[in-house]
Design a protein around this ligand. Structure first.
Ligand SMILES: NC(=O)c1ccc[n+]([C@@H]2O[C@H](COP(=O)([O-])OP(=O)(O)OC[C@H]3O[C@@H](n4cnc5c(N)ncnc54)[C@H](OP(=O)(O)O)[C@@H]3O)[C@@H](O)[C@H]2O)c1
Length: 352
């Protein structure tokens, strides 16, 4: 373990970037993280950065002191340097002496893009999205499933997506217990910043030109391919679709599985209850039998909350399950988990 806390910077201070900074601040209060965010870069101005850190329509007021002075965003008295560059090359990353960059702008999705940060002095990058292909990244990590595969030599790592972080642990459990012949997944996802509030020329995907708060909007999703990247044993067995719904946060996966072996509702619910209570998924997977609605999971740090009240069977091998996830807060917490693990592995065994 390093003597000093590791130094981390954020690129892109939108929904995920701000949740990452805030979740880290909450962890610091509990002594649960050995790194600091020492700088953030966004194309926004400092007044907006301060304002949107202090006041958040979804997660409430920042629980601590937030103040901008010069180029410092003071969080509980500690300075986070604020940068305002639109291109990786415009920042002297080497001078910041960071151990890791958390890329949360969503603007960079290829190895070529990642290399621009590395050439500009960033030692390693963790992306808040799946990269375009497996070849674009040294590793795609779903914490709790494959984070132990990191060996510290990686430079470009992806934290996958919020939906992958929810779905992969569930599918892995099902594959190991009842086997998966085929599966359909529907993501029911809250609105995002890539949709306009009212109809507008906004995106080349025509449906994303439509008002986020007026319709249920089908959108394309790479979830099936993302799952296969993590669980290659399911290659060719998964299909997925996604709809955006007029809520601001919290989403769910509705998964239908044709199982390889006979099963029943009691067995399936017990499987997820046990996995949530003990073992590798404890703290990442939660379990509920209560009659919830999505807003109950706002600010929930789990990757998936299995909703036992929604488990159904049609015959002994056609299974339907539902799991909730806070697409912002759960995912931001996984960014922190992967960042901490990556830093521990890379900077203690392989410090450059
Ligand atoms: N929101 C979620 O639930 C969620 C969950 C998991 C993963 N993700 C992924 O995380 C990424 C970010 O999503 P988000 O929801 O946080 O988006 P967002 O709220 O739009 O945040 C992106 C931020 O990056 C800024 N930005 C744009 N271009 C930039 C550049 N060249 N350099 C630095 N900053 C730049 C944006 O500024 P402007 O707004 O001025 O353009 C914005 O502040 C996406 O890849 C998304 O798929 C999102």
């Amino acid at each position: 373990m390093s003597a000093r806390p590791f130094r981390v910077a954020l690129n892109g201070y939108g929904r995920i970037g701000r949740c990452v900074l805030r979740a880290l601040s909450e962890r610091h209060k509990q002594g649960g993280a050995n790194f600091d965010i020492i700088a953030l870069n966004d194309i926004a101005d400092q007044a907006s950065i301060e304002y949107l850190t202090r006041f958040d329509s979804t997660h409430g007021r920042f629980p601590g002191e937030v103040r901008v002075e010069g180029d410092c965003l003071h969080i509980n008295g500690v300075c986070v340097q604020v940068l305002c560059a639109s291109e990786p090359e415009q920042v002297d990353w080497a001078a910041l002496e960071i151990d890791l960059l958390l890329e949360c702008s969503g603007q960079y999705a290829t190895r070529e893009d990642a290399q621009r940060f590395i050439d500009a002095g960033v030692p390693r990058v963790l992306f808040s999205q799946p990269m375009e292909s497996a070849a674009d990244v040294d590793a795609t990590i779903v914490y709790g499933v494959n984070h132990a595969t990191l060996d510290g030599s990686e430079r470009i790592v992806s934290n996958a997506s919020c939906t992958t972080n929810c779905g992969v642990p569930l599918l892995e459990l099902l594959e190991q217990s009842v086997g998966i012949e085929h599966a359909f997944i529907t993501t029911i996802h809250s609105a995002m910043n890539d949709q306009p509030v009212i109809d507008a020329y906004h995106h080349k995907d025509l449906r994303r030109t439509r008002s986020a708060f007026q319709s249920v909007v089908p959108v394309s999703t790479g979830l099936a391919r993302g799952i296969e990247r993590l669980l290659p044993q399911l290659n060719g067995k998964i299909q997925a679709k996604a709809v955006r719904v007029p809520t601001v946060n919290v989403s769910c996966l509705d998964i239908t599985v044709k199982t390889q072996r006979d099963t029943d509702i009691t067995f399936i619910n017990q499987l997820f209850k046990q996995a949530a209570a003990h073992g590798a998924l404890h703290g990442l997977l939660d379990y509920t039998e209560l009659p919830h609605a999505s807003c109950d999971f706002n600010h929930d740090p789990h990757s998936a909350i299995f909703d036992a009240s929604q488990t159904q069977m049609s015959g002994p091998r056609m299974l339907s399950i539902v799991a909730w996830f806070d697409n912002e807060w759960g995912f931001a917490n996984r960014m922190l988990d992967v960042a901490q693990h990556f830093l521990n592995i890379a900077c203690t065994t392989n410090r450059q």
